[in-house]
Design a protein around this ligand. Sequence first.
Ligand code: ATP
Ligand code: MG
Length: 276
Amino acid sequence: MSLLDVSGVSKSFSTGRDFLGRPKRSLPAVHDVSLTLDKGECLAVVGESGAGKSTLGRMVLRLIKPDAGRVTFDGIDVLGVGSAQMRRLRQRMQMIFQDPHSSLNPRMSVAEAVAEPLLVHSDLGRVDRQKRAAELLDRVGIGHRYLARYPAELSGGQLQRVAIARALTLKPSLIVCDEPVAALDVSVRAQVLNLLRDLQEEFGLAYLFVSHDLALVEVIADRVLVMAEGRTVEQGTVQQIFQAPTEEYTQRLLAAIPVPVPRDASGQRMIDVARS
Ligand SMILES: Nc1ncnc2c1ncn2[C@@H]1O[C@H](COP(=O)(O)OP(=O)(O)OP(=O)(O)O)[C@@H](O)[C@H]1O
Ligand SMILES: [Mg+2]
């Protein structure tokens, strides 16, 4: 059994209203998409802007309710559970967003932001919560001198590290990463990506990794789901998609990577993203 099993999910958004107040048109954002994700695995979702990647990621966490289809996490019907069980499920399924500025509360210190989920979901006392937050922040490369600082005092890369620590607080097994490094300076992208990769290994995390940047995807993903206009174009292992894409759409996406990663005769990557 897969950790995550998404079967035939669809979602349409209606745009505007007519003179009787009825929704004018219903535009499909995601149509009949299925995927599976095993423990510790990384599935990248790629495609152009508007392809439905974020909508798909949000449906997995039930932040958006699909119009049709099923989402099963660890054998549990995510769309069918009540709110109490959903709260428990949310501990095990986390999300990291593109913009860490908007995902962190500006009035909460870094340590408070990371400790807060424990206040809600655990019975740890204040000292233990702070201790756990400090450990996690240390693990993601945020030193002790930042614990009492506020988001406005940190760089984008530091903030994304804080958001990652916060996502890890409750020991999730799945993290939906929606363009987690796209908003960061090019110089820190590789470091944050490597951090995500190291944490994945250390904690056995599964990632649903939404990205339009195929160069990153090739480094972090095991498998790739290519989407266009809300539909699945093709799915395969990184090797299949990058070396033998069957669909013209995928070939065009790949051709648009600015600098192809050089490969040796056996098809192995000759460079890797520098480790931090
Ligand atoms: N809340 C919403 N209300 C109305 N339409 C929406 C909403 N969210 C998404 N859409 C539409 O659904 C489609 C898919 O959007 P989505 O954000 O999932 O794409 P995406 O692949 O994540 O794009 P990007 O790469 O730009 O983030 C788009 O046409 C978008 O305009
Ligand atoms: Mg998006």
